[in-house]
Design a protein around this ligand. Structure first.
Ligand code: PMV
Length: 326
């Protein structure tokens, strides 16, 4: 029996991935940029065992079935074909945060699964190849393989081998903190895999994609020069562009709740008052409020005053890794 355990962090995109040019290979229509979220972690153990008749998958302590299990089996099949293995696996995966809450559990989940499964299978892959493989499970998982602030390059090859994420700055580069207003821990109605498939039904997707490289260049420059004001503008622009596409897709995807809207009204006003904070939102109602470490308590206080009960706080985090002494 070959076993390995890996951990990987969730990430929050500053420049969003939404829509694929190849849905099966999860090749994106635009490059994206994100920060790994320390503490928001998936820990996954994979054990290949010749005695197993089929893959046995447990997620957060319950046996996975249906589409969730099938997606993991497909990913294990990719690893098995690379390693020329036929043996089945036992997978145990646990998150330290609620799944399906608009916090990318698929990102940390498929990054941890990729690192654990390839190691258990005896494959030695480069960090780029691990990221490209994680991408096949969930696009954003490619960005949870390297550490800190990461950029997922679109790549040009039809096989997707050059579509992977790399680190552009280590976690300690900038003391940004994600103060997450958790408005719903419930499973989202339309998952992102289905959502990517709807992106091209919006008349605004082409415009969003056309503008993404320039927004990414501006975001990278703001990040590398630690220019919060420039960063805030481009991050909010990019999030709203993605949600404009979502809301105008057929069928439309409206992830925002009343409190989401209250927060996105408040945050730019707080910034105009001198508090360094901006918002971004993924495929769910939660609002990620990005601020600097010295202002976390004030952002949290103001979110609570708006009626937010659940808040998660995540500074930048490191790469996916094997846990040796588990
Ligand atoms: O990796 P996926 O298929 O779960 O897509 C992630 C999509 C967003 O979270 C909405 C944006 C992003 O870039 O993370």
């Amino acid at each position: 029996m070959q076993t390995a355990t890996a951990e990987a962090l969730s990430n929050i995109a500053f420049i969003k991935y939404w829509g694929n040019r190849d849905q099966a290979l999860r090749l994106p229509q635009n490059p994206s940029l994100s920060m790994n979220l320390a503490g928001l972690k998936t820990v996954t153990t994979v054990a290949f065992d010749a005695a197993l008749p089929h893959d046995l998958i447990s997620i957060n302590g319950s046996v996975a079935t249906g589409a969730a299990a099938a997606r993991v089996v497909r990913h294990l099949d990719l690893v098995r074909s690379m390693a020329r293995l036929t043996v089945r696996a036992r997978v145990d995966s646990r998150n330290t945060f609620p799944s399906g809450a608009g916090i990318a559990s698929s990102a940390s989940g498929f990054a941890a699964l990729t690192v654990a499964a390839t190691s258990a299978a005896g494959l030695e892959l480069s960090p780029e190849a691990l990221s490209a493989l994680a991408r096949r499970g969930s696009g954003s998982a490619s960005r949870s393989v390297p550490g800190g602030f990461t950029e997922w390059q679109m790549g040009g090859s039809p096989t997707g081998d050059d579509s992977f994420a790399v680190s552009i700055a280590p976690p300690e580069y900038w003391d940004l903190v994600d103060v997450i207003a958790v408005l719903s821990a419930a499973h989202k109605a339309t998952g992102s895999t289905e959502g990517h498939g709807l992106a091209d039904t919006s008349p605004f997707q082409a415009a969003r994609v056309a503008g993404a490289p320039a927004r990414l260049t501006a975001c990278r420059a703001a990040l590398l020069s630690r220019d919060f004001s420039a960063f805030a503008t481009v991050v909010e622009d990019d999030a709203v562009a993605m949600h404009a596409v979502m809301m105008t897709s057929r069928p439309p995807l409206l992830y925002w709740q009343p409190l989401t809207v209250a927060i996105i009204h408040a945050v730019p006003a707080w910034r105009a008052d001198g508090l360094p904070v901006c918002f971004t939102i993924d495929a769910g109602p939660n609002v990620h409020c990005l601020t600097l470490s010295t202002h976390v308590a004030e952002v949290e206080r103001r979110l609570r005053a708006l009626g937010v009960a659940d808040i998660l706080i995540a500074p930048p985090g490191g790469p996916a890794s094997i846990i040796r002494d588990f």
